[in-house]
Structure formats: structure tokens, C-alpha cells
Design a protein around this ligand. Structure first.
Ligand SMILES: [Zn+2]
Ligand SMILES: [Zn+2]
Length: 251
């Protein structure tokens, strides 16, 4: 098994030392995770300690990978280009957290949900997801339906919106992040939902698995739900990366 989206520095919670990285590896090992990818938020790029990463990689038998999670914001191409090529990453995750520059997943500020009609907000969100995939700037699409995080649902059916998004994702060739962090949020559900995951599966979209851990204890969290989900939908393998090259591992 793999855990390909997690944060050691997280939101500035701890420095990226060899010791801190190895604390994550310890939990990974206990939970049967063979490969672990560290993907800090782009705004913590400066906190990524490549030397510590390399030293930790030599000290652990977990296959350590280095990635980054880029906050996809149309109009910020120069910053995204810089951050996604600044280090020798194995892969780059592109995640949509914002609609018109405002975060949709901020627990302390949900005003954006009051300001827009929910259906319009979902439309704007998924338009950004399609743009992120089709930009072909990223290897992986992070938590593709993050917008559901606070259980604010549109009053109209969004199946068509999701189908259109799945089409764009399939066309782009990007790998989808099946991310268990949603289980720890108000929605209490994996990203993506089963419905959206089935749409991806029908179109042959590959996946990887992640916890989006922000602390060592969260490595591999929720896998007792995400593994049965993806296998029930039909998936038999997950994608791994090394220097942007894809391989697959059986589930
Ligand atoms: Zn994210
Ligand atoms: Zn993340």
C-alpha cells in the first residue's frame, strides 16, 4: 500500500527534520504502507529540507517520495510553474482549494458559502478542477470534490457537472488522489465520493491512495474504508511515481 499525499511541515507545525520524517515512516510501517510521498503545501516550499529528506530516505525501508501540493489558482501560472519545478520532485499534486481566490475549506471562514448560491459555487469549483486537470501541469489531481467538505449541497442535481468533470479528467490523463482526509471533516466521506469515483473508473482514470496526514498518527488513516471502496468500485491497482515516471502496484 502507499500513502502519497501527506504533510510533515503541515501548516508550519513542525520543521522537516530527519527525526520528524522518520516519525511518519514509523507509523507507515506499522500500517503496512510500503511507499510514502511527502507533499507539502506550496506556501511551505521554503520549509522543505531536501537534505533531511534524502537522509531520512536512506535511514528507512519505506520507499520515500518527494512531491508538492500546488494550490491551483488560474492567473498564478508563474508561481505554480516556479513551485512545481523548484525541487527534484517525484510527482506534483494539483489541488483546487479556491473559488475566485477564496478558500472553500477553511473551517474558520465559510462566508464564501453565504456569498454565492451553492450551485454556482459548485459550478465554479468544478470548472477549476477541469482547468487544473487540463492544464497538464500536474501528475495528480488532489481531493477532487473538496467542495463537499462542509456538507453544503446544491438544491439541484449535479450529476451532469460531475460527468463533465470526469470527462476532462480522463482526457487529461491525470491520476486521481483518493484521499481519506474527508473522513476527518464534517462530510465524513472520502474524496472523491463513490459516485464520482465510479465515473472515473468507467473512463479508465488511474488512482492513488492517500491520507492527507498533517500529523504522524494520521498516516494511512481511514484506509479501512478507502481500500474496500476503491476495490468495490473495480480498481485493482494504484499508481506510484518516481521522478515523474508512473508504475503500478496491486491494491
Ligand atoms: Zn489540499
Ligand atoms: Zn494536502
Amino acid at each position: 500500500m502507499i500513502d502519497y499525499h501527506l504533510h510533515v511541515v503541515a501548516h508550519g507545525d513542525r520543521p522537516m527534520t530527519v527525526e520528524n520524517i522518520l516519525a511518519y515512516c514509523e507509523v507507515a510501517k506499522e500500517r503496512g504502507i510500503l511507499q510514502m510521498g511527502i507533499t507539502e503545501h506550496d506556501r511551505y516550499l521554503e520549509a522543505i529540507d531536501l537534505a533531511a529528506f534524502q537522509e531520512a530516505r536512506e535511514k528507512t525501508d519505506i520507499g520515500l517520495r518527494l512531491g508538492i501540493e500546488i494550490d491551483f489558482v488560474p492567473g498564478k501560472e508563474e508561481r505554480m510553474e516556479h513551485d512545481s519545478t523548484a525541487l527534484p520532485y517525484d510527482y506534483v499534486i494539483g489541488s483546487v482549494h479556491r473559488v475566485e481566490g477564496e478558500e472553500v475549506d477553511r473551517a474558520t471562514d465559510q462566508r464564501i458559502y453565504e456569498r454565492y448560491e451553492t450551485y454556482d459555487l459548485y459550478e465554479a469549483y468544478y470548472a477549476n478542477v477541469r482547468k487544473a486537470a487540463l492544464s497538464r501541469r500536474f501528475d495528480v489531481l488532489g481531493h477532487p470534490d473538496l467542495i463537499k467538505i462542509f456538507c453544503r449541497f446544491p438544491d439541484r442535481d449535479i450529476t451532469e457537472m460531475l460527468e463533465e468533470t470526469a470527462d476532462a479528467v480522463a482526457e487529461s490523463g491525470i491520476v486521481v488522489d483518493v484521499n481519506s482526509a474527508g473522513l476527518r471533516k464534517p462530510i465524513g466521506e472520502i474524496y472523491p465520493s463513490r459516485k464520482l469515483l465510479e465515473m472515473f473508473y468507467r473512463r479508465g482514470v488511474p488512482i492513488l491512495l492517500s491520507s492527507d496526514a498533517h500529523a504522524p498518527g494520521e498516516v494511512g488513516a481511514g484506509y479501512e474504508q478507502s481500500i474496500p471502496l476503491v476495490s468495490d468500485v473495480g480498481y485493482r491497482e494504484v499508481v506510484t511515481f518516481s521522478n515523474h515516471e508512473r508504475r503500478v502496484l496491486p491494491l
